[in-house]
Design a protein around this ligand. Structure first.
Ligand SMILES: *Cc1c(COP(=O)(O)O)cnc(C)c1O
Length: 423
């Protein structure tokens, strides 16, 4: 039986969420805020529709032609074709497939297309920043892939190239994965390209976190460094709706398309593709400025936290080249404690395993990961990063009252209510 009280409670919780999160500094590195136009797309009629189908070549302007199984898709088809072309342009890809409904599913699509049961893959371990979908406990396991982690250099916070070469020669992976969720510096794709060719491995670059930086031309360019495939989410540094995509070279286009449909997906959540199409146009116009500001902000935040006494990783390397700042808070009670403390003051971050943590520390790992995508989209710059670092120091180092700090957070956020870098 429908319960009107629960219905009303759900509506009230939506309002509470919007009211509360509107007064928070959201610094989850994997989250972002979409523009009003993207939000409109997400609530549009496209969210009710199906457009299952196969790809049927391109027209003379290079737009995709679709062979759909249902009627009613004539407007949607035009939008998906535009979105594909824009994604190809932004990432320097020959072909884009926008069917995967999330980043993890994008990875599964690549595994389905390019590997067989029992094949081996190399990637980062979870502690060193690999995503669960790179490992046997998630998508790679579903495809029956055996995963071997790259040796990792803690000081560099990066893959150890020489040791990785040995591992690759020994394990002969079918796929070599790059990219991760704890991701401060570009990965050695070009350094390991030759060995990939030598053993006939595909390079799959998981850009879930850094897609907005790549599209804004402020991070490594995976295809020019030798990647065969880019898998990604569409909602982390890339400011689209939650979703996924696979970008590839021409010689893999058909395999990827068939793995996506009919291989893995039926409905591909058309409203997400429509929202993505809008965000791709925003990125074509504003992406460089947005990505540049993100990196300036993360560096400024890291420096300011460091100066106040936080143990920010990689000081000698300038802390970060991405949208993330990673802090070892093991001396302050651990990541769980600090993330919860920050939440009391409306600063939202996540606790994070650091490379030297064992998986048993997942509940209270050594680190916190701080991301600047959303505050950057709201127009904050270096001076606001210093203010935020000051508030974090008052909370975690000076043990000032969280309720009191919360008022400062609300006041700071009040000046930044409008999404920038959009039309
Ligand atoms: C977030 C993430 C994913 C998964 O993306 P979802 O859209 O959450 O499914 C995959 N790979 C990496 C590296 C990620 O950080």
């Amino acid at each position: 039986m429908g319960d009107i009280r629960l219905y009303e409670r759900i509506l009230a919780l939506i309002n509470k969420q919007e009211e509360w999160r509107g007064h928070c500094l959201n610094m989850i590195a994997s989250e972002n805020i979409t523009s009003p136009a993207v939000r409109k797309a997400l609530a549009s009629d496209f969210g009710h529709r199906y457009a299952e189908g196969l790809l049927g070549g391109r027209d003379e302007e290079g737009f995709q032609i679709f062979q759909r199984f249902y009627q009613g898709t004539k407007f949607y088809d035009q939008i998906e074709a535009i979105a594909m072309k824009s994604a190809e342009e932004l990432f320097g890809a020959d072909h884009a497939n926008l069917v995967p409904i999330s980043g993890a599913v994008a990875n599964l699509t690549a595994y389905f297309a390019l590997a067989e049961y029992g094949d081996t893959i190399t990637g980062l371990s979870i502690q060193c920043g690999g995503h669960i979908s790179h490992t046997h406990i998630s998508a790679a396991g579903i495809r029956g892939l055996k995963d071997f982690p790259y040796p990792f250099n803690y000081e560099e916070m990066n893959i150890d190239v020489d040791k990785a070469k040995k591992l690759i020669l020994e394990k002969k992976p079918k796929l070599m994965l790059f990219g991760g969720s704890l991701f401060l510096f570009p990965h050695p794709v070009k350094e390991l390209k030759e060995i990939a060719d030598e053993i006939d491995a595909y390079i799959v670059y998981d850009a879930a976190h850094v897609a907005g930086l790549i599209a804004g031309k402020q991070f490594q360019d995976p295809f020019s460094e030798g990647a065969d495939v880019i898998t990604s989410s569409t909602h982390k540094t890339f400011p689209g709706p939650q979703g996924g995509m696979v970008l590839c070279k021409n010689y893999l286009a058909e395999k990827i398309d068939r793995a996506a449909f009919p291989g893995l997906m039926s409905n591909h959540h058309l409203h997400h593709v429509v929202g993505f199409a809008i965000s791709a146009e925003e990125m074509k116009k504003f992406g460089r400025d947005y990505a540049k500001q993100m990196i300036k902000n993360s560096k400024a935040l890291a420096q300011a936290l460091y100066e106040r006494g936080f143990n920010v990783l990689c000081e000698e390397k300038g802390f970060t080249e991405s949208h993330q700042v990673v802090v070892d808070v093991s001396n302050l009670g651990g990541g769980k404690e600090i993330a919860e403390l920050f939440e009391q003051a409306n600063i939202i971050v996540n606790k994070n395993l650091l490379p030297w943590d064992s998986l048993e520390r997942t509940a209270n790992p050594s680190g916190i990961r701080i991301g600047v995508p959303e505050v950057t989209r709201y127009g904050m710059r270096e001076s606001e990063m210093t203010e935020i670092a000051e508030l974090m120091a008052k909370l975690a180092l000076n043990k000032e009252d969280a309720e009191n700090i919360k008022n400062y957070v609300i006041e700071l956020k009040d000046g930044f209510q409008e999404v920038k870098f959009c039309f």
